[in-house]
Design a protein around this ligand. Structure first.
Ligand SMILES: [Fe+2]
Ligand SMILES: [Fe+2]
Length: 279
């Protein structure tokens, strides 16, 4: 009797974007917001390789065949994101920005994971689960916010929509892997919570430091108006970061699972918009 072939719950999509036509300020013609996104792009290549390495490190003990398939697709998606963001980052360097300094800071932030007490497969995977939650809710927020999507220059919009879709498709893979490998006894729950607090602090420091450095490269570091309006766009009432706080806090609930936040309708809408197949 033929058995149905098991496939991953989401696909790996090969992408090859061109970044020649990207304007200097490609988010709403606004230096601050462009640098928030540039800063995230500088974090991605090494950050996503860290995610992949931490899941791969425990993969052999994952006995669930469906999760094995999904881990394979997760690795494929993250590798593709790292490749495309790396290509964009090279283009930014050619445009006169020194992203090397940001990439070296990213390596320093990631080096925190090698400190005594943090240098273990379990803590690295917990950090990945935490940061995957962060990228998942931030991506969902972007997809929900048509005003932000439309403010991204057309030359960059597809890259970000594609990345946001896939972050939501695979948002539970690291989480499910952690639960399956380590369980959720009090110690493993505490590790997951502790790494979330540490990872959030580091990522927030990183993004704001990256924006400051890129504004410095633009001779706008001490431009008060730029900072005021930029911080309002991040932390004001409709701020991009402020609006994810409730979903961020949900992570601390003992019965939390990433799919408690149903983003399927966003996935359907944006897959259609980018001409991707529905799954
Ligand atoms: Fe990614
Ligand atoms: Fe991811």
């Amino acid at each position: 009797m033929a058995t149905a072939k098991l496939t991953s719950a989401f696909p790996v999509r090969r992408q090859d974007f061109e970044f020649e036509e990207v304007p200097r300020y490609w988010v709403n013609g606004d230096a601050f917001m462009t640098h928030v996104f540039n800063g995230m792009s500088a974090l991605f290549p090494d950050g996503e390789r860290f995610f992949v390495a931490s899941v791969r490190a425990v993969r052999e003990v994952v006995s669930d065949p469906q999760l094995q398939k999904d881990i394979g697709a997760f690795i494929g998606q993250e590798a593709m994101h790292a490749k495309e963001h790396e290509k964009f980052n090279r283009g930014a360097i050619e445009n006169g920005y020194d992203l090397k300094v940001l990439e070296s800071w990213t390596k320093n932030f990631l080096a925190v994971a090698n400190l005594p007490g943090l240098n273990s497969k379990r803590v690295h995977l917990a950090a990945t689960v935490a940061l995957e939650h962060f990228t998942g809710i931030l991506s969902a927020q972007l997809l929900r916010r048509e005003d932000i999507v439309e403010s991204i220059d057309e030359s960059m919009r597809s890259l970000w929509m594609w990345h946001c879709i896939e972050e939501n498709e695979h948002k539970a893979v690291a989480f499910d892997t952690y639960k399956l490998v380590y369980g959720e006894g009090p110690l493993n729950y505490a590790i997951r919570m502790g790494t979330m607090l540490l990872a959030t602090m580091l990522i927030m420091v990183a993004i704001h430091a990256f924006v400051a450095e890129l504004l410095r490269q633009d001779d706008k570091l001490f431009n008060g108006r730029e900072w005021m309006s930029g911080m309002r766009k991040l932390w004001g009432k409709k701020g991009m970061f402020r609006q994810i706080i409730p979903e961020f806090v949900d992570y601390f609930k003992p019965d939390f699972h990433p799919w408690n936040h149903d983003t399927e309708f966003l996935l359907k809408r944006y897959r259609k918009r980018l001409g991707f197949q529905q799954h």
